[in-house]
Design a protein around this ligand. Structure first.
Ligand code: HEC
Length: 138
């Protein structure tokens, strides 16, 4: 392989994936606001560390609806990009037959998004990377 080809290959292997992967939001002000919103409005159902309060969160309750899942990276929140998570929090899940209240009338879009940035800040690195591959900040 000529040096030119090797440089081309290195570019594809190193620079392109690097350029595609975003840094995790770590602005202290955003995370502080998100944490405050989360503790005030979300922790009652999802746990103060987003760890979930119902052990068997994969099993519907007596009403046929799912309990609040953990949001700390151990459940499936990381399967959905930010835009979808924001939408679920904003609209709630009543329309989908679920039990999550909608927050669009109580919280601003940025409060909702910041509460999610706080949640995302709790995820282990490999969960964050997996989330990015599924859309992440989109
Ligand atoms: C009254 C209880 C309750 C409160 C309060 C609550 N949630 Fe939920 N949340 C749920 C339930 C129940 C679900 C599961 C979805 C369903 O089937 O209804 C859920 C699901 C979610 C999901 C989707 C998780 C996934 O794995 O796809 C996110 C994200 C979420 N909640 C974030 C929040 C945020 C952020 C707040 C605070 C602004 C909040 N929740 C407040 C009950 C609650």
């Amino acid at each position: 392989m000529s040096p030119k080809h090797i440089y081309g290959l290195l570019y594809v292997l190193i620079l392109l994936p690097g350029a595609a992967s975003a840094e995790r939001v770590d602005d202290p002000q955003i995370l502080a606001e998100g944490r405050q919103v989360f503790q005030q409005h979300c922790a009652v159902c999802h746990g103060s560390k987003a760890q979930g309060l119902v052990e068997d969160w994969k099993k519907p309750g007596a009403d046929g609806k799912y309990p609040p899942p953990p949001l700390n990276g151990t459940a499936h929140a990381w399967h959905h990009p930010l835009s979808q998570l924001s939408r679920v929090v904003k609209d709630g899940t009543a329309r989908l037959g679920g039990n999550m209240p909608g927050w669009g009338n109580t919280l601003s879009d940025s409060q909702i998004e910041n509460s999610l940035h706080y949640v995302i800040s709790l995820w282990p690195e490999e969960i964050f990377r997996g989330w990015e591959e599924r859309g992440g900040y989109q």
